[in-house]
Design a protein around this ligand. Structure first.
Ligand code: IPM
Ligand code: MG
Length: 372
């Protein structure tokens, strides 16, 4: 196929890990006879320093025009960020990107196969059989998009963040979660804080209304604080799909990165009705930028999700997942996953090379674990 991909390299380690994802996409194109047209365009703090906008109009046009968007993390160290007015910072540009394409369903696979359980910092008896969870995070509503007020009254300064969800907003992502659990034949866990939050109570209501349409899906719900605890002591109980609101999904998906051993393993797909974009779950890690030590797994996995979800290229995506897991199986890991006293870790580019070679060598194998 011929397809165009808007490429937002972002800041910090962004360009390095995006480069490796494109290397792997090139291998997919060569192996399967596709043509991907990459359209690089500025986004993030670098774009702001260069032209005064973190998501410039030219980049919006490139994204509007492309079939899918691959995005590196954006943002610089806090000290450098102070130069950028709060309302023009890269984080807000990310929210703008999400809103622009209404990417309401954010897929964050949390996968660690049993044989790689040693990568987890959890004790073997806890992580023993590995995990296979798909976190689905609502991405365009809730407290991140509500009104923000900072003011002063007689008693001093105050601030508020409004958390607002409409029934329709909850329904669309809940439907995706039920459908995904049905397709996988797995359990659905709905995370909420309905003992306190009105939005969570509405969420529970919607879940109960939708459930009869998916009789094959076994589901349960859990309070978010308990879910955080349970994830640390028995993560495999959540194997299947977890549905979370915007903020709860943000927090628990970082915790999930800790459970599988590195945020460098956390990929994502942000899916909208017409266009989707793909990025790592983690940030731009300015402290390690430019040193060739970042783990590109997160962005290569995100590129695999792009192949599958935006282009319907399931076999190609499977070949990328196979190559990713084979590299880890062979002990080929970047420094974030390297064991003390173990073999020399791979550089960012060496890991990308290993995956690209794996795709070229085994393009048709079809994968067991697909990062789901
Ligand atoms: C994420 C990130 C973003 C979020 C930030 C960078 C705006 O933490 O994608 O998880 O909060 O959603
Ligand atoms: Mg986050």
């Amino acid at each position: 196929m011929n397809a165009s991909i808007a490429v937002l390299e972002g800041d910090g380690i962004g360009p390095e890990i995006v480069g490796e994802a494109l290397k792997v996409l090139d291998a997919v194109a060569a192996r399967f006879g596709h043509r991907f047209d990459y359209r690089r365009t500025p986004f993030g703090a670098g774009a702001w320093f260069a032209g005064g906008a973190a998501f410039p109009a030219e980049s919006k046009a490139v994204c509007d025009d492309a079939d899918a968007i691959l995005k590196g993390p954006a943002g610089v160290a806090l000290d450098d960020m102070r130069a950028i007015p709060v309302d023009q910072r890269p984080e807000l540009a990310i929210l703008e990107l999400r809103q622009r394409y209404n990417t309401f369903a954010n897929f964050r696979p949390v996968v660690l196969p049993r044989r790689l359980a040693g990568l987890s910092p959890l004790r073997p008896e806890i992580i023993g059989d590995g995990v296979d969870i798909l976190m689905i995070r609502e991405l365009v509503g809730g407290i991140y998009f509500g009104e923000k007020v900072e003011g002063e009254h007689t008693q001093g300064r105050y601030a508020s963040d409004d958390c607002h969800y409409s029934r329709a907003q909850i329904e669309q992502v809940t439907e995706v979660a039920f459908a995904e659990a049905k397709a996988r034949g797995c359990h659905l866990t709905v995370v909420h804080k309905s003992n306190i939050l009105a939005t969570s109570r509405l969420w529970e209501e919607v879940v109960e209304e939708l459930a009869p349409r998916f009789p094959a899906v076994d589901y349960s719900s859990i309070l978010v604080d308990n879910a955080a605890f349970q994830l640390a002591v028995d993560p495999a109980q959540f194997n299947g799909v977890m549905l979370l609101d915007n903020m709860q999904g943000d927090i628990l998906s970082d915790q999930a990165g800790g459970i599988v051993g590195s945020l460098g393993l956390m990929c994502s797909a942000s899916v909208g009705p017409e266009k989707s974009y793909y990025e790592a779950v983690h940030g731009s890690a300015p402290d390690i930028a430019g040193r060739g030590v970042a783990n590109p797994f997160s962005l290569i996995g995100s590129a695999a999700l792009l192949l599958e979800k935006s282009f319907g290229l399931g076999a190609e995506a499977g070949a990328v997942w196979d190559a990713l897991w084979s590299a880890l199986d062979a002990g080929r890991v970047t420094v974030d996953l390297a064991a003390a006293g173990g073999p020399e870790p791979l550089s960012t580019a060496q890991f990308g090379d290993a995956v690209a070679q794996g795709v070229l060598a085994n393009g048709n194998a079809g994968g067991a674990e697909r990062g789901r």
